[in-house]
Design a protein around this ligand. Structure first.
Ligand code: NAD
Length: 275
């Protein structure tokens, strides 16, 4: 893994590495390669089912269980993180998403509202909860960088993305609002990275994921961005090279978000209609 020591001496907290396919897993590996010291966290059930302990050993990182819907878990997480790192946190990755409505195949016009609130709580309000806890414990260093992962369904309709679209819209709004307050208070940067479809546990749980992936690949001049490429982009945002970037949704999608229709897609349609 190529390294430029971009995060030498920095301390990070990474949410959401479940297995090798997770975007957070790749981010953790790249941050470690760039010289950072890490704490990894995930829900208690993910610690039992996933492989995060293996990653912890590989990166010499502390692994702490925390369900992001439980304030007491988040407080304990920050206590242990600050103690382990021996000082404030320089960067944080929020890489968390889950929708019971998607999981249980409820269509958008037949949502279970308790599940909708769960989707919003886990996938979006959790960012607020984490930042608010960090604020009250003064856990983030001056000029720290926070990145949350998002998807273009926050801006445009992708029907099978379902209520996760609402969650991503809320997440990006929290990025802006907390980005303002934390920027004023401590020069902390908060950004969202809107990533291409990526074959992970959460990604492949969206109905029709393979079509999403293939369509985005053909509609993006650079092709889809991989999890490894996303990791390198996150490292750049955590580094001092992005010192004045904040409150943004940054599209890391090979150009997908700026294309109406590509020649490749037109070709596919003309073939389909001419036969
Ligand atoms: N895969 C894609 O196509 C894609 C595209 C754009 C954005 N994203 C976003 O990237 C992020 C990471 O997803 P991924 O694709 O790497 O999948 P993933 O399944 O590997 O990661 C999702 C993580 O959320 C964690 N999580 C769920 N409920 C939790 C809770 N209550 N407390 C703490 N953690 C909890 C899971 O354990 C898991 O580690 C998500 O925000 C996702 O929406 C994914």
């Amino acid at each position: 893994m190529a390294s430029h020591s971009l995060l030498e001496g920095k301390k990070g907290l990474i949410f959401g590495a479940l297995d090798e396919s997770s975007i957070a897993w790749k981010v953790a590996e790249q941050c470690h390669a760039e010289g950072a010291t890490l704490v990894l966290t995930n829900a208690p059930v993910a610690l039992r089912m996933g492989k995060i302990q293996q990653l912890g050993k590989q990166l010499n990182a502390l692994v702490v269980p925390a369900d992001v819907t439980r304030p007491e878990d988040i407080e304990a997480l920050f206590q242990q993180t600050l103690e382990h790192l021996g000082g404030p946190i320089d960067f944080m990755l929020h890489s968390i998403g889950m929708s019971p409505n998607v999981r249980k195949k409820r269509p958008y016009y037949h949502l279970n509202y308790d599940w909708l609130y769960k989707t919003l709580d886990i996938s979006a309000v959790s960012l607020h909860r984490v930042l608010q806890q960090a604020w009250h414990m003064d856990a983030l260093a001056e000029g720290a960088s926070v990145v949350a992962l998002s998807y273009i369904a926050a801006q445009r309709t992708f029907p099978s993305y379902n209520d996760m679209a609402e969650a991503k819209a809320l997440l990006e709004s929290i990025v802006r609002s907390f980005g303002y307050h934390y920027g004023k208070r401590k020069g902390v940067r908060v950004n969202a990275v809107s990533q291409s479809p990526t074959p992970t546990t959460a990604g492949t749980g969206v109905p029709g994921f393979d079509s999403f992936l293939a369509f985005a690949e053909k509609n993006s001049p650079l092709g889809n961005a991989s999890a490894e490429e996303c990791a390198r982009f996150c490292v750049m945002l955590f580094s001092d090279y992005a010192a004045k970037v904040t409150m943004q949704t940054l599209f890391h999608d090979g150009g997908f978000s700026m294309v109406g229709i590509s020649e490749d897609i037109m070709q596919l349609f003309s073939e389909a209609y001419n036969h």
